[in-house]
Write a protein that binds this ligand. Structure first.
Ligand code: ADP
Ligand code: MG
Length: 317
């Protein structure tokens, strides 16, 4: 076997019982369940842009798949298959083995089969395509928000951005919160179970990858509506609650990227169902505001309007 095929065999080939044909041919073959649509998404992770060159390879592996899983969670789809296109500057066995372990840890956590890919030499760059299933017509989209909907968000906001700011030496996080923030940054937990449960409950949904305001902004633009949010209701780690207005905390919570929580809108009559879901999933679900008719996104803090300078992360800003 050539070194390239050896590498694919050793690090990326695992049994794929949910595919008719997995790695090894010119294309994989899959069948989707009757009455379902195929949900497809792709996300690239680039060294220096999405992760530091010295980031633990296990986490690069986990996160490069997790960010894709998160997109299917936001659609209310069940992730099933992935392909991996990877450019490697060298074939360091220790690096590859840790990367592969992180990637498959995430794959196993969500029952995803790696069914193909491409391996080339080049500056480290990882492109994962994910495929999943959703019953026809039941996907959660960005365009379904309605005036009067509650705006909800899962989990905590800002932890990943604060972890990143700490690594960039822009702030110094306390030992008491640092592990949680680094965990949020390096090993995000895609909210698949929540996305599935929100089918038939939420009117619209998105995952928070670029920052809450930017991503909720996509829902509002697609739905041609506005929203008013309350800063005091934003869910963040307890340690940051009293400092929501601090100059380093507020932008992390409102506009920090990499949280991979779900932001969704739902009619008021679903409040009890959503609260029940929160306890079932042991996942905080917090109502942070309301959808409004006007096409603007406002945030107030104890009734006082905030002047928002930063909405989120933009690669080309
Ligand atoms: P081809 O030249 O026909 O495109 P390749 O030589 O690129 O095929 O790949 C051989 C097989 O290995 C294919 O089935 C492909 O999908 C799979 N493959 C290549 N790289 C990866 C990878 N990084 N992860 C998973 N499967 C891979
Ligand atoms: Mg071929």
């Amino acid at each position: 076997m050539t070194p390239e095929f050896n590498l694919i065999q050793q690090y990326f080939t695992r049994p794929t019982p949910t595919a008719d044909l997995g790695i090894g041919d010119d294309a994989a073959l899959i069948q989707i369940s009757t009455g379902h649509q195929l949900a497809v998404s792709v996300d690239m992770s680039v060294v220096g842009t999405h992760f530091f060159a010295d980031c633990a390879p296990y986490y690069i592996g986990w996160k490069s798949l997790a960010v894709n899983v998160s997109d299917l969670a936001a659609m209310g789809a069940t992730p099933k298959w992935a392909t991996l296109a990877i450019a490697l500057s060298s074939t360091d066995p220790a690096w590859l083995s840790k990367f592969s372990r992180g990637f498959f840890a995430c794959a196993d956590a969500f029952n995803i089969a790696l069914i193909g890919g491409d391996t080339t030499r080049g500056p480290l760059n990882i492109s994962v395509q994910i495929m999943g299933e959703v019953p026809i017509g039941q996907a959660l989209t960005r365009h379904g928000a309605q005036v009067g909907d509650d705006v909800w968000v899962s989990g905590h906001l800002g932890s990943a951005a604060l972890g990143l700011a700490h690594l960039q030496q822009k702030i110094i996080l306390d030992e008491a919160v640092l592990p949680q923030c680094l965990q949020a940054l390096h090993a995000p937990q895609p909210r698949v179970a929540l996305g599935l449960a929100l089918r038939g409950i939420a009117h619209s949904c998105i995952d928070v990858s670029d920052g809450l305001l930017a991503d909720l902004g996509h829902i509002l633009k697609a739905s041609n509506l506005g929203a008013q949010l309350q800063l005091e209701h934003m869910p963040c780690l307890d340690a940051f609650k009293a400092q929501l207005q601090a100059p380093h905390i507020q932008p992390a919570v409102l506009a920090g990227g990499d949280d991979y929580e779900l932001c969704f809108t739902a009619p008021v009559k679903q409040r009890d169902a959503i609260d029940k879901l929160s306890s079932q999933l042991s996942l905080p679900l917090t109502c942070i505001g309301k959808v409004t008719p006007a096409g603007a996104l406002n945030v107030v803090y104890h009734q006082q309007a905030l002047n928002l300078t930063r909405m989120g992360f933009d690669h080309f800003a």
